[in-house]
Design a protein around this ligand. Structure first.
Ligand SMILES: Cc1cc2nc3c(=O)[nH]c(=O)nc-3n(C[C@H](O)[C@H](O)[C@H](O)COP(=O)(O)OP(=O)(O)OC[C@H]3O[C@@H](n4cnc5c(N)ncnc54)[C@H](O)[C@@H]3O)c2cc1C
Ligand code: SF4
Ligand code: SF4
Ligand code: SF4
Length: 370
């Protein structure tokens, strides 16, 4: 029977782990902790009997199932680059308190508040912060949901908070907010029938080109003479933007490329193909969000917000841009996986570049982050 050691050898130590938090959540004896950016069973204890629950909880070991999971949750139709969907719009909140703290159009926060007020959910897994370091949190009130608004860059095991949400707080209708990797993982856990996953009733995904190691980002901010604790907002899209003291400092995106974790380099999901609703800024004007509604559950909650006039919506003008970004991420993910495979087979950078018809500089960038 596979055990924690197998999970460590195949996923955690190889850099494939996306730090979704599912193995931490699943271990019935609380042996796995989030240590130095990774899930780790710090020492072998008598209680760790190699039950294989942590191994079974890892979606990264079951890529073969993801197609079927997508079919049974989202649909079986012909898939576009941004996944299957019912409709896509551009939208922004009408709540001025949310407008002040949110990242883009404030749709995630408005949606969570509406879902809570209307009884669709009784709590949510969100990402709060300690300084700007992201932390997995449970939100059950308006204040807790608003406090979690805004994007924090850094790997964060969102699903680790699910056990406390269900067992300690007694929540039974939970929304998970997360990156594509978090949403893939929770869909997998529900498919596997993990009892702790069954209270998850709604999934809200955030578009994602890539993530960054928090320590690296904090260091880049410091190097520009800005105190990370004085930062009001960080935003990374085509540029790395630091907002502090009413000023905006924009740096080329290449400045933060060395902070991208290995698992993000091979990731192919941009538009959160498995979420009930996927939300991002690409494809919309500043201060607005692009919203892709994929399921009946997603449609119900979004239409409820529209009916209550909590948000303003418009037809989306730039869906092509999002498809292009999603396509580029898919190609880059495939290519990087091949680079890693050839490197493991013993090829030099020059040989890999020649084999794949790309520059040696690109190979170095993917292998070394520089
Ligand atoms: C790592 C990362 C990369 C992203 N990359 C892109 C991109 O390339 N293109 C794009 O269009 N959009 C991207 N986004 C999404 C974008 O930054 C906004 O989250 C999205 O537009 C929603 O804006 P909003 O105003 O509706 O959210 P808000 O109302 O401000 O709510 C934000 C929600 O995001 C959650 N959250 C914050 N940080 C994290 C985190 N690290 N992990 C999981 N959940 C988190 C919070 O719990 C909160 O509920 C990215 C988000 C993250 C976290
Ligand atoms: S007790 Fe089971 S789930 Fe926990 S670490 Fe050991 S093998 Fe994994
Ligand atoms: S379950 Fe998630 S956190 Fe655990 S090893 Fe797999 S990818 Fe990493
Ligand atoms: S790039 Fe992929 S693995 Fe990395 S945070 Fe985004 S969804 Fe997760």
């Amino acid at each position: 029977m596979p055990s924690y050691e197998d999970l460590e050898a195949k996923i955690i130590d190889t850099g494939e782990c996306t730090v979704c938090g599912a193995c931490i959540l699943a271990c019935p004896s609380f042996h796995i902790k989030f240590v130095e950016g990774k899930p780790k069973r710090t020492k072998r204890t008598m209680d760790c009997v190699g039950c294989s629950i942590c191994y079974e909880a890892c979606y990264m070991l079951r890529h073969d199932l993801m197609k079927a999971i997508e079919g049974s949750t989202i649909g079986w139709g012909k898939k576009e680059r941004i996944g299957l969907y019912r409709r896509a719009v551009t939208a922004r909140t009408k709540d001025t308190e949310i407008e002040r703290t949110c990242q883009n159009g404030g749709i995630v926060t408005t949606l969570l508040l509406y879902a809570l007020d209307s009884g669709v959910i009784d709590g949510a897994l969100v990402v709060g912060r300690d300084g700007w370091a992201p932390i997995a949190c449970i939100a059950r009130t308006r204040d807790e949901i608003i406090q979690a608004a805004g994007t924090k860059y850094g790997v964060v095991p969102v699903l680790k908070a699910l056990r406390a949400a269900v067992v300690d707080r007694g929540l039974s209708k939970i929304c998970v907010v997360g990156s594509p990797c978090h949403i893939q993982s929770i869909r997998y856990l529900k498919h596997k029938g993990l009892p702790l996953a069954s209270p998850v009733k709604l999934t809200v995904g955030l578009f994602c080109r890539e993530n960054y190691e928090y320590a690296g980002i904090a260091e880049k901010v410091r190097a520009k003479g800005v105190d990370i604790n004085q930062v009001d907002k960080l935003d990374i899209s085509d540029e790395f933007n630091i907002y502090a003291g009413g000023k905006k400092l924009s740096l080329p995106i290449t400045e933060v490329k060395s902070c991208v974790p290995r698992h993000c380099l091979v990731c192919r999901d941009f538009a959160v193909d498995l979420a009930d609703i996927a939300i991002g800024s690409d494809g919309s004007a500043e201060g607005w969000s692009t919203v892709i509604i994929r399921t009946e559950a997603g449609e119900k909650v979004f239409a409820g917000m529209e009916e209550k006039k909590l948000i303003e919506t418009k037809a989306i003008g730039h869906i092509f841009d999002i498809k292009e970004i999603a396509g580029r991420k898919e190609e880059k993910g495939k290519q990087t996986k091949e680079i890693f495979r050839l490197k493991k087979a013993g090829l030099e950078k020059k040989e890999i570049a020649a084999k794949l018809g790309i520059t040696e500089e690109r190979v170095s960038h993917r292998l070394d982050g520089i």
